[in-house]
Design a binder for this molecule. Sequence first.
Ligand code: CA
Length: 540
Amino acid sequence: MKLRPLFLILAVGLGLAPAFSASADDRPNILFIFTDDHAPHAIGAYEGWLKSLNPTPEIDKLAADGMLFVNSFCTNSICGPSRAVIQSGKHSHKNGFRDNGNKFDWDQQTFPKLLQKAGYQTAIYGKSHLDGKPQGFDDWKVLPGQGLYYNPDFLTPEGKVTIQGYCTDIVTDLAVEWLTKKRDESKPFMLMMQHKAPHRNWMPAPRHLSLYDDIDIPEPPTLFDKYEDNAPPARFQELEIDRHMDINYDLFVDLTADYNQPPSQMRQDRSAWNNMKRMTPEQMEAWRGYYGPKDKEFHDANLSGQDLVRWKFQRYAKNYLRCVKGVDESVARMRETLKNLGLDKNTVVIYSSDQGFYIGDHGWFDKRWMYEESLKMPLIISWPGVTKPGSKNTDLVQNLDYAETFLEMAGAEIPSDMQGLSLVPLLKGETPAKWRDAIYYHYYEYPSVHMVPRHYGIRTDRFKLMHFYQFGEEWEFYDLDADPGELMNQYNNPYYADEVAEMKKKLEEIRKFYDDDSDVSEMPDEWKKEMRKPSPKPEA
Ligand code: CA
């Protein structure tokens, strides 16, 4: 706020006053486009083995117009907690939402409430994943829990409604409708458009079913990782494409051998049918028309071993990237809408996703770990007149910083109990001399689906140290310069003894700095034994 008079004087001095005089408030609007489980390496503007597929031309255009954050990380790699960190500007242990089983306390201080106080109009559409009625929003329509891809329900201030169509398109429609018809034009806005896509179970829009049909997706270099160098947790997880990805539930393979009919006899428990039964007859026809013949080919081929893993990877990666395509189109629609409304010059557009994801990397799907693929979050920010087009920032940033950033953009005060740092100086190309030299991570959801143990850790621009504390002395240490794929755990390598000691010291310091008082005690041997029973392979 306090910068406005100076800005207006400059604008008048430069003869720009007429362009701004139509609006009572020249602070920037903020469009926050947020997706679920979209790994940076599934974005063309980032580096990675999927780049050659050109998976996201529209998000890439946003990067070409703005700033891409290369070293962008979450604090806790899972859906709800990441969102709670963004709302509060605080680590999980401070905002109280440590794992997806928690309920978010909406009564606490959140940045949308502070933006409202500062005169912003706020709205959220799509996936909230924080349970309870969203607070701090002038309008909202959110999916219950994970939400559905086809013909989903939405929770609204007026109660539950069902909206026909494909979720990514519907959420975009809601955001466009608010921009064009519902918002108060006298106020700047913060619009959070939060897609379910590309979250499991990966269901593309009918129009994207045959995308990538005629090509093979390149395989990640670590698809057949054996976790030989890791601490034990990597060998006891349950997120392998090989052993834990379900042919029917995850990949929608019809098990009834009636390939062109609706799969009415699919298993009723952990079944693809649970996610398909909402389809209209037309949607079902398109779906089965595409997958039916492919399922028949799959059954006829009778694959096993690495061939089966490769086949599962292809269907998984294609469906994931088809969901990403829907998101990419949504980004284009939103930017076009801003342009049509004359809002593009004064609207900050942000693209981010709640964490990264394994797209076959290390043989996995899902997230949770502090390894790079799920620790990283995409972050692209275009702020017309502020961010240098096509710029890349390599400072260490986290979702912990978003609330502070939005508040500074709005000229509002940043509360002293928020734990992150505003990215505004970085966006201006002016990184402070004393920017953070390490980020802190803490994952809690265990024992739980996928069986990734609790761990905390620290990452600098070169090294990473992780501790699976409930199992005692189970540590990993990586030199990311020498080993960006994290295939050589150097924790016990004498060559790195000094660096490991230094990182351990830093880890204790950063835990104190963020005041993490979570219970990190080692568990009894009996418990450890129970947790490490070998997991059976699911029935195909
Ligand atoms: Ca997620």
